[in-house]
Design a protein around this ligand. Sequence first.
Ligand code: IPE
Ligand code: IPE
Ligand code: MG
Length: 264
Amino acid sequence: MTHQARGDAPPLHHTGDIDSDTHRHSELEDARVPAHVAIIMDGNGRWARHRGMARLEGHEAGTENIRRISFAAGRLGIKYLTLWAFSSENWRRPKEEVDGILSILSRAIVTETEELHRQGAQLRHIGDLSSLAPELQAGIQGAIERTRNNQHLVLTLAFNYGGRQELVHAIQEIVASGVPHSAIDEDLVQRHLYTSDLPDPDLIIRTSGEYRLSNFLLWQGAYSELFFCPTLWPDFGPDHLEQAIREYAGRERRFGAISPSQSY
Ligand code: IPE
Ligand code: IPE
Ligand code: MG
């Protein structure tokens, strides 16, 4: 289904003129654009139910929205965009829904990679690939390989990802390496996470009005700013992303220190 058919704005590259896009970007450049934005893409099921559609149609619409938001993120100057599409706990859903999500992703990897490549996105994956079907693993690996030299935006797909599972995986690797316990520090743990070559997320967005992390980026999100919005993921558009960035730009991050505006 197209965005137009759903009654919302057409894809970004068909809207507005160059001047207004340039203006919006430079306005945001003056503010602080987060380098790394991570999104918990929630609400596909409710989006479908509100329209009397099957849940899988919500997942289709949600998957389609990835292209729109990754394009907008690149335009806004975001360097790293991480999108959570399937959690290590989502296997608890009915088999029909899990199979449907897996097949939507398998198809999207094939149909969307060229467009993402054209946009300059470098695709990556975090999560446990090994328990996915071999064809899906190959599709994801192929997309990573195809886009590996792109520099405009690092687009990381969190698929079969869970923060606790990631920490267990890191601990297993560390123990297997035989490193003495006195050599284990935060840097070493960080190097064994799936995100070892990504900066921590500056901003984590969750759509659909839920106020929880649900096991997302537990280590990396220690000092992330959080933005919760009621919009269901398939309806989350470039304007919502821009709103989240504006709110982020107005926040003060302290990382445990006192505010620079308060002096002794
Ligand atoms: C998010 O949408 C996508 C996945 C978790 C796979 P949901 O499927 O969780 O949608 P709701 O929360 O039921 O509306
Ligand atoms: C989190 O959403 C996972 C993704 C969006 C991929 P869920 O819908 O699975 O989270 P809970 O179960 O409501 O906490
Ligand atoms: Mg949900």
